[in-house]
Ligand binder design. Structure first.
Ligand code: LLP
Length: 417
């Protein structure tokens, strides 16, 4: 985490002392490094240099407006999965043509709104969805640009909840049904086939599933085009993993060099190439700062109870995910082993297990790699307000989200009279 480093005993995000931000804005507090996001983006841009390409940030990873603005200003497109995400990204000035719409359950209303703003492409996930989209577009007097998400049936070797390209899961159209689905799309008046897409899973740290998926997708491109349906773009989905601990994901630029070699070898090097990365653009650009409320020594285990919980950081509870936990100000005392847990009334509410920490009540800890799939998955469970967020660049910092109040949470509720 190059933009997260200690100076003497204090943790800094770029040029800003984490303890100062936490004192000013309170905890739990998410802090993001803009330079870290732009560095991650630059790795993809280097890999894509000299190609017709578009990087569509998968905003489900972190959909805070201040984060979206960073990517909009850097010239990214966006991958959305709901009408809500569409409104967010339009709010930071993105153009419809730079947005692609993924997801297995798009509603008619979402399709209509996306057509009205001139969406770049619908990534269609079933034949039934093709028919509904055709109807919605025809009724609106529009032609919907479509790509079909194919399921390449490769094993990404990641957590089962986040692997999506295997046969038995709900995503995409099966490899052997793909050609028929394209023929159907091509015959519909209100649809225009523009591309093909796939997505094999998330937090993939091994390059072989990507190489296998590319071979399988290119086989399909060949057979679809042989059937007289030209494809303008190939969208390879998201999914490059990040280092949470000792993981060694492939570098974006090196991996894409290998993938482009495959494209070139098969004569598809002239197509527009797209990807939808989420985690790898923001995951290691964020930390969640939390205060130690109580230390609770036990016979079998010691607990370190902090003010962040599973509603702020759902990944450990949901996927047994590992996040490093570092002191905001280092102490010289000897470390003790603790389970770091939140205040929520569930045993599943843990953030880290068996961590060696030299801490005292009132200290602050930084939960690392918290930029992706944390705030965007945050909930109000236990009527806990969502955390505040700060964006840092160099010596500057901006509060990009105020801490949610109890009144905010109750605003939409009504009592029966
Ligand atoms: N494109 C599609 C169609 C996707 O389904 C996803 C993620 C992405 C792109 C972005 O994938 P990424 O580059 O972030 O790996 N909440 C889980 C991750 C769920 C990923 C869902 N789909 C977690 O916290 O690990």
């Amino acid at each position: 985490h190059p933009h997260f480093a200690y100076r003497a005993s204090d943790l800094f995000v770029e040029g800003v002392r984490v303890a100062d931000l936490a004192r000013r804005h309170g905890t739990p507090l998410f802090i993001y490094s803009k330079s870290s996001m732009l560095d991650a983006l630059a790795a993809y841009q280097r890999g894509f240099a000299g190609r017709k390409s578009k990087i569509c940030y998968a905003m489900k990873a972190n959909s805070s407006l201040g984060v979206l603005q960073v990517f909009a200003q850097a010239g990214c497109g966006f991958d959305i999965v709901s009408g809500g995400e569409l409104e967010r990204v339009l709010a930071v000035g993105a153009q419809g043509k730079d947005i692609i719409f993924s997801g297995v359950g798009k509603t008619r209303a979402e399709m209509k709104r996306a057509l009205d703003v001139g969406i770049g492409c619908f990534n269609v996930e079933s034949e039934a969805e093709l028919e509904v989209l055709n109807e919605v577009a025809a009724a609106a007097g529009k032609v919907a640009p479509v790509s079909i998400r194919v399921n390449p049936d490769v094993d990404p070797k990641t957590h089962p909840y986040i692997s999506t390209g295997l046969k038995g899961n709900k995503f995409g159209i099966a490899h052997e049904r793909t050609l028929a689905a394209y023929q159907r799309a091509a015959s519909r008046k209100a649809l225009r086939v523009v591309g093909i897409d796939c997505h094999i899973g998330s937090q993939i740290t091994d390059e072989s599933p990507y190489l296998d998926a590319m071979d399988r997708v290119l086989d399909l491109v060949q057979s679809i085009e042989a059937a007289g349906i030209p494809l303008r773009h190939i969208d390879f989905g998201g999914g490059l993993g990040i280092s949470y601990d000792a993981d060694q994901p492939p570098a974006a630029d090196a991996l894409w060099a290998k993938l482009f070699a495959k494209l070139d070898a098969r004569g598809f090097g002239d197509r527009e190439f797209m990807i939808e990365p989420g985690r790898s653009l923001v995951g290691n650009a964020g930390v969640c700062v939390t205060e130690v409320l109580y230390l609770k020594p036990g016979e079998h285990k010691n607990f370190c109870i902090v003010d962040a919980a599973m509603n702020d950081l759902p990944r450990p509870a949901m996927y047994q995910a590992f996040h490093m936990i570092e002191p905001v100000t280092r102490r010289s005392e000897l470390a003790t082993h603790y389970d770091v847990v939140g205040p929520v009334c569930e045993s599943g509410d843990w953030i880290g297990r068996d961590r060696a920490l030299a801490v005292q009540t009132g200290d602050m800890l930084a939960v690392m790699s918290a930029g992706a799939y944390c705030m965007s998955m945050a909930s109000n469970y236990n009527t806990r307000g969502r955390a505040a967020e700060v964006l840092v660049e160099g010596e500057k910092s901006w509060l990009i989200r105020e801490r949610e109040t109890a009144a905010d949470q109750m605003r939409a509720e009504r009592l029966p009279t």
